[in-house]
Design a protein around this ligand. Structure first.
Ligand code: COA
Length: 325
């Protein structure tokens, strides 16, 4: 029987410094009221000077390993989903690998911006199903504060820094885990013709500078509400399930209005949605694993629960995953 990938541990980390909407309003022409009513965001965490994406990833990874009861030596692979790597190269994942004291296995970064965690889940699941990895550390880690234009009020209020990690482990050959726990499906999409809606205006091969995030917010919003509902439906249909079967929707945390719209289209009541956008803002690839870890640790997500995850980000990229916990 083909092994299946189960999520056996979660962990997360957010930098100590909190930047509230009120503090932002002292620097730029905005208000807590504008930000909260448009996005549901109240605050975000900001990495300290000298605190890198790999540092955030490492802290989340250690917690995930601990909760899975594994040692870094048990890992075969480290995937870091990030759009804000420490350096152009080497991959932030190899830094995390070294900081964990691993000297074997494979480590690499994955770039699908805010969809990075779903893309990573798909990749890890496929490596495990193919028998090429037994234990995979998947991290979503970002320091978007470093690529924001802090004078552009239409974007700088939306993002924050953080990291979330999961351990995916192969079920033993022939094992039929309780209640069929594991990754049931992943669905990935992208449409590169929509690059100009959300991008960074720099990079090693274009300007030679890091650049800043640029976004046509209204357009991104419009695509998000359509694509996210579609890809969530795609996941349900592929598994012969309907919305009533889902215990928790764990969406990418970009904007509460986008999340509410997706939930409305699916017919998902608000008390079955894990929401962290109010205190984390949009942490890109980190947002889903941050939310997952929060809901696992506070006891909302329990063994046997059916979890639906969805995300959309720059590219545009989007995707969904159904996981039996
Ligand atoms: N504070 C106060 N006013 C602001 C502001 C801020 N931080 N940012 C923009 N505004 C102003 C605009 O300048 C505009 O003023 P104008 O009408 O005088 O030109 C006005 O608010 C309305 O802007 P608009 O763009 O129409 O607002 P909106 O309702 O579309 O909300 C977003 C803006 C960015 C919140 C919304 O488009 C959005 O959430 N888009 C999706 C973004 C996203 O999630 N991206 C990540 C995907 S992974």
């Amino acid at each position: 029987m083909t092994p299946r990938a189960r999520i056996t541990g979660t962990g997360s980390y957010v930098p100590e410094k909190i930047l509230t909407n009120a503090e932002l309003a002292t620097r730029i022409d905005t208000s807590d009221e504008w930000i909260f009513t448009r996005t549901g965001i109240r605050q975000r965490h900001i990495a300290a000077e000298g605190e890198h994406t790999s540092d955030l990833a490492l802290k989340a990874s250690r917690k995930a390993l601990e909760s899975a009861g594994l040692d870094a030596r048990d890992l075969d692979m480290v995937i870091v989903a990030t759009a804000t790597p420490d350096n152009t190269f080497p991959a932030t994942a190899t830094r995390v690998q070294a900081m964990l004291g691993m000297e074997k296995g494979a480590a690499f970064d994955l770039q699908a911006v805010c969809s990075g965690f779903i893309y990573g889940l798909s990749l890890a699941d496929n490596f495990i199903r193919a028998g090429q990895a037994g234990n995979v550390l998947l991290v979503g880690a970002e320091t978007f504060s470093r690529i924001l234009d802090w004078e552009d009020r239409s974007t700088c209020v939306l993002f924050g820094d953080g990291a979330g990690a999961v351990i995916l482990s192969a079920t033993a050959a022939g094992e039929n885990p309780d209640g069929g726990a594991g990754v049931l499906s992943t669905h990935l999409h992208s449409d590169g013709s929509l690059t100009d809606l959300l991008y960074v205006d720099g990079g090693p091969s274009s300007t030679g500078t890091v650049g800043h995030l640029r976004m046509l917010g209204k357009e991104v919003f419009r695509h998000a509400v359509v694509r996210l509902a579609e890809v969530a439906e795609e996941a349900l249909e592929a598994n012969g399930l309907n919305c009533g079967d889902i215990d928790w929707l764990v969406p990418h945390q970009a904007n509460k209005r986008i999340i509410d719209s997706t939930a409305r289209k699916l017919g998902m009541p608000s008390d079955r949605i894990v929401l962290t956008v109010d205190h984390h803002a949009n942490t890109s690839a980190a947002s889903i694993p941050l939310a997952l870890d929060e809901a696992v640790r506070d006891g909302r997500i329990k063994p046997g629960n059916l979890i639906l995850m969805e995300a959309m980000g720059g590219g545009l990229t989007w995707g969904s995953s159904l996981v039996r916990w």
